[in-house]
Design a protein around this ligand. Structure first.
Ligand SMILES: O=C(O)c1ccccc1NCC(=O)[C@H](O)[C@H](O)COP(=O)(O)O
Length: 211
């Protein structure tokens, strides 16, 4: 079971995630998000966390200039593309930056899962999230779940993480219903929007590992 804690922006949250054994920590490089960090802030956070989880940089339809600024400031392990990036754009980013690409896709129907095939050769893993609710200011991190049974019994073309509305209280049920080999959370481990709670992070990872 792979576990990603997303939207970390303070040392206490990162330390809690690392201590509890998170596989990935997500740093958001999308300025409208309350979870956004600058490249300099991310570099300082990363430097204070030797070893441990893989660093995932989260981008929304970013241009190469932003990707260069961030990858020049700190060593990322994975690029998460959470906008409307096409398969060709994902492949170009992977080639140019030489890093694994995690493509986030919004899921609401079985047809949305069929669309993964077009990305299979262009990305290394998927993050399956709910579609942003109407009027939501962000394309992700909205505490919105999708129907977990949609993925049950489906063979998907790449490893994947389940995301959207997960919490310490529902992650075990979500894993059982979806068959997910990994999970991702942001809102469900926050005490206020954009403010991570170390105890919730530890509880989430523990619940996911026990599932
Ligand atoms: O979290 C954000 O602020 C964010 C902003 C823009 C695009 C994506 C964003 N988050 C993506 C994530 O990876 C979240 O962890 C995922 O959507 C699940 O979020 P939540 O439902 O809040 O657990």
């Amino acid at each position: 079971m792979r576990v990603k804690i997303c939207g970390l922006k303070d040392p206490a949250g990162l330390e809690a995630a690392a201590r509890a054994g998170a596989d990935y920590v997500g740093l958001v490089f999308f300025p409208p998000s309350p979870r956004a960090v600058t490249p300099a802030e991310a570099a300082a956070l990363s430097a204070a966390l030797p070893g441990g989880p893989q660093r995932v940089g989260l981008f929304v339809d970013a241009d190469d200039a932003l990707l260069e600024a961030v990858t020049g400031a700190l060593a990322l392990d994975v690029l998460q593309l959470h906008g409307a990036e096409s398969p060709a754009r994902c492949a170009a980013v992977r080639r140019r930056f030489g890093l694994p690409v995690m493509k986030a896709l919004g899921i609401a129907t079985p047809a949305d899962l069929d669309a993964l095939a077009a990305y299979a050769e262009a990305v290394d893993l998927f993050l399956l999230d709910a579609k942003a609710p109407p009027g939501a200011p962000l394309p992700g991190g909205n505490a919105a779940p999708f129907d977990w049974t949609l993925t049950a019994g489906r063979r998907l073309p790449r490893p994947w993480l389940l995301a959207g509305g997960l919490t310490p209280g529902n992650v075990a049920q979500a894993i059982a219903a979806s068959g997910a080999p990994g999970v991702d959370v942001s809102s469900g481990v926050e005490r206020a929007r954009g403010v991570k709670d170390p105890a919730l992070i530890a509880a989430f990872i523990s619940a996911a590992r026990a599932a």
